[in-house]
Design a protein around this ligand. Structure first.
Ligand SMILES: [Zn+2]
Length: 270
């Protein structure tokens, strides 16, 4: 499943081929993914020039000179392909730019989404309205966590997955950031001291930035014919490593919190 670093890498890869280009062909190949694809998507995007790319939480944003923004979500299995050799049943949107580049959004499981809205309305779009600060932005700080966690007895790991507290962090990077900050994921969030919350606020962008840097190689691959964006292999410190030795001499443990796996080292995460 694409996590935030894969979405960010996809946006950066798309920026290289889409920014400043005019879309000469826009072809949705089915009526819906997780929800309906706007019926006027083709008409509103064909002939438009791409003026900017961005990301909010795990959504990618493609803005045009018609003051519209295409918002995509990769769901469980979505990926962008460049100049694909073949277009198959799982390619749900095809774009062609004025320099002849073909892009396809492939999503076999169809949990992704495509939306189109006036750029001015992005901030009030319901999925974006309740989102907390971006994990890579300046708004995430120890002080923010202190306020957001105040009076909360829920485990810190669970609250890190709450989109109202941090936008788009995801299970893997919540585990990795808690490990980096040496905080036990089962700790009651409201009891964590400000110095520990400051460590957490720095650990989150660090683990994400490292993953995005690791995804740089997928950007090079994307530039090749039949290149594909959205997935790359990464080394995790604790995630998926139950029973492995930690650098501290302890062993990585797996527990289930809120129905999802948490990996941590009980010895160095207190
Ligand atoms: Zn350890």
């Amino acid at each position: 499943m694409p996590e935030l670093p894969e979405v960010e890498t996809s946006v950066r890869g798309l920026e290289r081929v889409l920014l400043g280009r005019r879309l000469v062909k826009v072809e949705p190949r089915r009526a819906d993914l997780r929800r309906a694809i706007p019926v006027d998507l083709r008409q509103r995007l064909t002939g438009a020039r791409v003026t900017g790319l961005g990301r909010r939480a795990k959504y990618g944003l493609v803005a045009t000179d018609r003051d519209d923004t295409l918002v995509f979500h990769l769901g469980m299995s979505g990926r962008w392909r460049i100049n694909p050799r073949d277009i198959g049943a799982h390619d749900h949107l095809i774009l062609e730019t004025d320099d002849g580049t073909i892009l396809s959004l492939k999503d076999p499981r169809r949990f992704g989404s495509l939306d189109l809205m006036p750029t001015a309305d992005i901030g009030v779009w319901p999925p974006f309205q309740a989102l907390g600060p971006e994990p890579l932005g300046d708004a995430l700080s120890g002080g923010w966590f202190k306020r957001a966690f105040a009076g909360r007895s829920a485990a810190v790991k669970l609250l890190l997955l709450d989109q109202r507290i941090v936008a788009g962090l995801g299970n893997i990077y919540a585990c990795e950031a808690l490990y980096r900050a040496r905080i036990n994921p089962t700790r009651a969030a409201g009891n964590l001291s400000l110095p520990r919350l400051k460590r957490l606020a720095s650990a989150i962008p660090e683990v994400l930035e490292e993953a995005i840097a690791a995804g740089g190689s997928s950007l090079r691959d994307f530039a090749q014919p039949d290149g594909e964006l959205g997935y790359f292999s990464k080394q995790f410190a604790v995630y998926g490593r139950e029973g492995d030795a930690c650098a501290c001499g302890g062993k990585v443990r797996r527990i289930v919190q809120g129905g999802r796996s948490t990996f941590y080292c009980p010895r160095c995460q207190r």
